[in-house]
Each structure stands twice: as C-alpha cells, then as structure tokens.
Design a protein around this ligand. Structure first.
Ligand code: MSP
Length: 633
C-alpha cells in the first residue's frame, strides 16, 4: 500500500514584532497535527516561516533606524528560538527574503504577465496601511469610512499600478467552493467567504511603487515597482516545497492537506490564493482551516492595549508541555477563546497534576514496590477486560477527532479515559489485593500500566517533552503496533522518572511574579576607602544572651550580647524579621568601637551587622563555631 502523505502549513509571520501567544497557537496546532500524522505513519511535511517584506516590516526597521534586511535577520531569530523552545518540529522554515523564494515569485509574476493575467492601470482608492491593501466599497461602508479591521481612516491614493485579473475567476471560485465542501473550514468561514463573493470581485492590485514602499520583491517587468506583500507571501506555500525548482519534490507534497490560518486572514487565503493558483494552473489545497482568536479579557490582544501574552514567559513559569496542553485544550477550534492564567493553572492542577501525573506516579510506584519488573498479566477479571476493551477503542476514536481537526475533543477523550483508569485502580485496589493474590495484582498493574502507556502515546504529540520521559521509562515490545494493547513488555524493568506534573502552588507563583515585577533597588554609589580606613572599624564576634522588645518601637529589639570581654547592650532594628527565641545563643558580627548612642531612649553600645534586600533581612553569623570576642578582619 502506498504511504499516505500529509503536508501542513502555518501562516508565515510578520517580523515586525516578537512572537506572541496567537502565533504560538497556530504553530503549536500545526505541530501537533504533524506529529499525529507522523505517529500514524504518514509521510509528513510541516512548513512554517516568516513574512519579511511590506510596509509593516519596513516601518519597524525604520523605527529602529536599521536596514530592513538587518531588522529581518535579527527578528527571525526570535521566531526560530521560540519554536525550538516550544518543541516545534517543523521540516522547513521559509523566509520570504530567501533567494530561491524571491526568484520563483519573479518567475511566476513574469509568466502571469506574459499570459495577460497581469496588466497596468491608473487607480484611485482608499488604502489601509494595516491591511496593506485598497479597501473595498463594502468595507468602507461597514467601517463608516474607516477600515473595519483596524478602525483607522484609510489614505486616498491615486497612482499607476499593476493588477491581477482576479475578477474573471469569481464564478469559477464560487462553484469550486460549493463543489468542495471541505475546502474552507469550519462551515461558518465558508459561508463568510461565499457572502464576500456575492459582491463583485475587483481585480487585485499586486504592485506598490518603490517611491512609496521600497521593501519588496521587484516586479520583473517594471523596476519602479515592488510586489504586493500578499502576492509574495502566499507563494511560500509552493516555493517552500520545490515549486519550479524540484518537480518531484513538489509533486510529492502538493496539494497541501491543510493551510492552517487565523480568522483574520481568510479573504487572502480563500479568495486571492485560489485565484492565483488557478491562473498559475496549479491545483488548489485540500483544506484551508481558520481558527479563532485568543482574546484577553474578551478583547483582542494588541500592542497598543499592552495585553499581549508571551508564550515564552508562560513557559518559563510552567514548562513547555502545560502551555501546549492548555492551548489545544481550551480553544474549541474555529471559535474564539479567552486566555486566563487562572484557568490555565486550574486545568493544569486538575488534569495534568491530579488525573494524569498522579496516575503515572501511583502505577509505577506500586510496580516497583511489589515486583522487580513489569508483571506478566494472567487471566483477566471482568473489570480488567473492560479496561482493555476501552483502551483498544481509544486510539481510533481519538484519531477520528483529529481528522476532524477537533483537538479539543480528542484531548477530552484521552483525559476521560485517564480518569476511568484512576477509577479502575480505586475499584481493583491492588494495594489490598497484593495481600491475597499476587498474580491477580500483577494483572491489574499490567492493565493499568498498559492503559497509561496508550494514553501517553496519544498525548505525546501534544506534550512531547514530559510524555517522552514517561514513554521512555515504559519498556515496549517493538514488534507490536504502538497503539495496540499488549505493547508493554512484561518481564522488563521500568525506568526512573521524576514527578511529571507537580502541582502548581498558586501562592508561590504569585509571590514569584510579584518579586519579578518589583523594581530592583538601585545600587548605592560607594566611595572607596583604603586599608587604614577599614582598620579603624573594630569588628568582633558576639553571642546573643538575651533579647527583648523596646517599648514603643515595634521594629527594635534590645539585646544583651557577650563580646568576649563582658556583656554589652545593643539596640537593633530586627524585631520584624526574627523571633526572640531564635536569636538566643546565636553568634553574630558587631561593630565594637562605635560611639555609644541612645535609640528610643535606650543605650546602644555598638551595632550588629545584617544584610537586607526587598524580601527581608539576614543577620551575619560565622560559618563555623568560633569564640565570642574573636576579631573579624
Ligand atoms: N504575514 C501574514 C500571513 C501571511 S501567510 C501567507 C500575517 N502575519 S501575522 O504575523 O500577522 O500573523 C497572523 C497569524 O497569527 C494569524 O492568522 C493567526 O494565525 C495568528 N494570530 C495572531 N494573533 C492571534 C490571536 N490573538 N489568536 C490566535 N491567533 C492569532 O498575517
């Protein structure tokens, strides 16, 4: 049987900013789908990359005062590093400033120009810089004269430009969408596109005069112009897999199985791209799937609202797997979802720490306690057989949800099963059964561990980091299909692993964040002294004998200390940091030759040494025991 292939893409991201949670979401989603298909045995290709031309990038570079290419070279690293840290296993990362891409874009433009698909014309229209295109009359109407997406007044521009004859494909496109129900998903997005196509489609302006925008791919037939950024960017989906460079490679992967996009770029993908491909005589991708947006407190994440969530900050606090898990678990594909760190922690604690992590720890601890290796299963009790049957049905059911792009349900299915394994343990009670029947206990623990392994295999594409550690500790029979019951190799030893998903202590997280958000105290400017100055200070070890509060001063303690020559009295501002009983008998460092002074009416003969920062105070004490009175130098 011929091996199935799977080609999936993400949008290529503008390098005008660092990656945020929205970019990370699309990329994680594509990665999970690619991993599922690889695990299923399909020959898989996953393409992602960066969109480096156009107004937005040029403006960002200008703001930083550097050349656009230099800006792109610096910014692309943020995306590549973020994807590495998020365990994104792409096959290729395309940059639209790559030479091969630029060359093919020019070749396509020339061919379309030669075929009469592109023509020059004088045009006046309302141009939105945010959209990087002229707005349609309907859009202007919708936004009351402003761009409905960016809520900004467009600029009226009249100039010569080049146009792609998109309008002539309108009827064909409507028919194509109607004849291919899977082409645009989900259904409501398809209807949105068909709605858009009910008005007359204009030809597409595919050039920008260099005097207005210099940062782009030059038109091969007019060096005063660069290519419209979307005409350049969309072509990445074919240039990235060998189009007009390696026919065999291109035919192997094209048409794409999935272009995964956000709902903001439906028109460009579902109207511009198909008509461009039609003009190029290239078949259309199988499915364009638009997911919803991650919102913050129900509103769009944006730089101006300063509410952008950084995927890397989240990862620094919680690790890569929980972030990936939460994103697919909490967004119903196609709909918007509200990002909430509180919900994130609740989900983590309930599902990863409690349901899954505890199950893994419990099963492996019991096997290690009662057996030298994975026990051999004997005859199955009714409950064991029921568990086996459910585990056998699970992979097909999870895979069917994945085929439908319903990762949310797919994850739900696995977690539902994990909870049923926890219940199974409660019912079979191997910790009690072991006292009566070692063989039956072995069967229970084998069944539970096998159920755990199958769940872990299914969760692996979502959480490739921690789950991999677990899977590597579970020995398997290589001959068996990895999702089939019985793959766990009885008689072999279990490997070690630490707690997979320790509970998140919300209070600790809040404290850590509070600490991180506090401005670091400014360093005091310190004057230099010479050794003679230092020698003037007589530092000594002293031992605290008594301590009591100073009346009327809640920060102060009155201490009686032994300085090796006798008892002296010190007043110190340490009452808020130490309990009296913890201080008695402690050895400390004092300045012994400080002029005596009265503090709150109490005499103080010297002072003790302590360090302090924004979190508190620490008394200086000798590392090992030393006599009171010892000189400090
Ligand atoms: N460069 C174009 C795409 C060209 S594809 C040929 C572009 N880039 S972008 O940097 O603005 O990224 C857009 C994509 O990022 C969206 O389509 C979506 O996939 C993702 N997201 C950006 N913000 C998002 C959210 N708040 N939530 C979810 N995803 C969103 O458009």
């Amino acid at each position: 049987m011929e091996q199935e292939k799977f080609y999936i893409t993400t949008p290529i991201y503008y390098v005008n900013d660092k990656p945020h949670i929205g970019h990370a979401y699309t990329t994680i989603l594509a990665d999970i789908l690619a991993r599922f298909h690889r695990e299923k045995g399909s020959d898989t290709f996953f393409l992602t990359g960066t969109d480096e031309h156009g107004q937005k990038v040029q403006t960002s570079a200008q703001e930083r005062g550097i050349a656009p290419q230099e800006h792109c070279d610096e910014m692309v690293v943020h995306f590549q590093e973020a994807w590495d840290r998020l365990k994104i296993n792409y096959d290729k990362f395309i940059r639209t400033t790559d030479d091969y891409h630029k060359k093919i874009v020019q070749q396509v433009l020339q061919e379309l120009y030669d075929k009469g698909e592109i023509y020059a014309d004088e045009y006046g229209g309302h141009y939105c810089v945010g959209c990087e295109r002229f707005l349609t009359d309907k859009e202007l109407e919708e936004g009351n004269g402003k761009c409905p997406q960016h809520d900004k007044e467009p600029e009226f521009i009249q100039e010569k430009n080049y146009f792609f004859k998109m309008s002539k494909y309108q009827d064909w496109l409507i028919e194509y969408i109607n004849d291919h129900p899977d082409f645009i998903q989900p259904e409501h997005r398809k209807n949105e596109v068909l709605g858009f196509l009910r008005q007359d489609l204009n030809d597409l302006c595919i050039s920008r005069p260099k005097e207005r925008l210099a940062w782009g791919i030059e038109l091969p037939f007019d060096s005063d112009y660069v290519t419209y950024v979307w005409f350049d960017a969309l072509l990445n989906y074919v240039t990235g897999i060998g189009y007009k460079q390696d026919d065999k490679e291109f035919e192997k992967w094209w048409p794409a199985d999935f272009h995964l996009i956000g709902k903001d770029i439906v028109t460009t993908h579902c109207v511009y791209w198909p008509t461009m491909l039609k003009a190029m005589d290239v078949p259309l991708p199988d499915t364009i799937f638009a997911h919803g947006w991650w919102l913050m407190n129900e509103s769009k994440m944006s730089k101006s609202l300063n509410n952008i969530v950084s995927p890397l900050d989240l990862m620094d606090h919680y690790g890569v797997d929980p972030v990936r898990y939460y994103l697919v678990r909490d967004m119903v594909l196609g709909q918007d979802a509200n990002f909430s760190e509180k919900l994130f922690i609740e989900r983590y604690n309930a599902e990863l720490a409690n349901d899954f992590g505890n199950l893994a720890n419990r099963i492996t601890a019991l096997i290690n306690k009662y057996y030298d290796a994975i026990p051999e299963p004997g005859e199955l009790h009714e409950k064991d057989a029921e568990l086996k049957e459910n585990a056998e049905k699970l992979p097909a059911s999870v895979h069917s949800f994945i085929e439908k792009m319903d990762l949310n349900k797919a994850t739900d299915k696995v977690m539902e099963f994990v909870r049923s394994v926890n219940k199974y343990m409660e019912v079979r009670e191997p910790w009690k059964l072991i006292k009566k029947d070692k063989e039956a206990t072995g069967t229970v623990l084998y069944c539970a561990a096998e159920a755990l392994r199958i769940s872990a295999r299914l969760l692996h594409p979502i959480m490739p980091d921690k789950i991999n550690i677990l899977l590597e500790s579970l020995p398997v029979n290589q001959q068996k299909d990895k999702f089939a019951w019985g793959g766990l190799a009885a008689g072999q030893k279990l490997g070690d692993f630490d707690a997979l998903f320790p509970r998140i202590d919300v209070k600790k997280v809040e404290k850590k964040k509070e600490k991180e958000s506090k401005p670091k105290p400014k360093k005091k400017k310190v004057d230099m002294i010479d050794i003679d100055d230092f020698a003037k200070v007589n530092l000594k070890i002293a031992q605290i004998k008594e301590a009591e509060p100073v009346e009327g001063a809640d920060k102060l303690l009155k201490l009686q200390v032994d300085d090796g020559e006798g008892i002296r009295q010190l007043v110190a501002g340490i009452a808020k940091h130490y309990e009296i009983e913890d201080l008695i008998d402690q050895k400390i460092v004092i300045v012994a030759n400080l002029e005596p002074a009265k503090i709150f009416g109490v005499k103080s003969e010297g002072m003790l040494l302590a360090a302090s920062d924004q979190d508190g105070m620490a008394l200086l004490t000798p590392l090992n025991d030393i006599e009171a009175g010892a000189e400090v130098s």
